[in-house]
Write a protein that binds this ligand. Structure first.
Ligand SMILES: [Fe+2]
Length: 149
């Protein structure tokens, strides 16, 4: 699979934490929408809007995950994992802000560079970092009793 193929939502991407999975599906849709709409020659306006929308939703999603980390004690029990996790969130945001600022200054990122960054980050982060958080939550009595179905 090339970095800039569409991402097909599949079981491997499911963490088992409903709220996180719903938001990840929205992130994947945003990625796929960008993928479909980006061409070899994008207008600055479009790139600016796309990176802004992506950032806004990503920030909202990171906050939701970080709230879960605090609420269920991940922050206290897995300090190093939390630091790594939050660092990944911040570096994603910083990169998107940098790309957005470049676009505003007239330096347009290519379709391939943008899509491969988003694709790699999203897939690696979900499969590794978010899976660890999910495993912790699923093993937490408090999380389980708060989320009984
Ligand atoms: Fe995350």
């Amino acid at each position: 699979m090339a970095d800039y193929d569409l991402i097909v939502w599949n079981d491997r991407l499911v963490t088992g934490i409903d709220k996180i999975d719903e938001q990840h599906q929205i992130l994947v849709s945003l990625f796929n929408e960008a993928n479909t709409k980006l061409t070899a020659n994008n207008k600055a306006d479009f790139l600016e809007q796309m990176t802004r929308d992506m950032l806004i939703y990503a920030l909202y999603h990171f906050e939701a995950e970080e709230e879960l980390m605090h609420k269920y004690g991940y922050s206290e029990e897995k300090t190093e994992d939390v630091e790594t996790h939050i660092r990944q969130h911040r570096s994603f945001s910083a990169k998107v802000v940098a790309v957005h600022n470049d676009i505003k200054a007239g330096i347009l990122i290519s379709r391939e560079d943008l899509l491969s960054f988003l694709n790699n980050w999203l897939i690696n982060h979900i499969l590794n970092t978010d899976e660890q958080l999910a495993a912790f939550l699923l093993a937490s009595d408090k999380y389980r009793s708060d989320n009984q179905r």
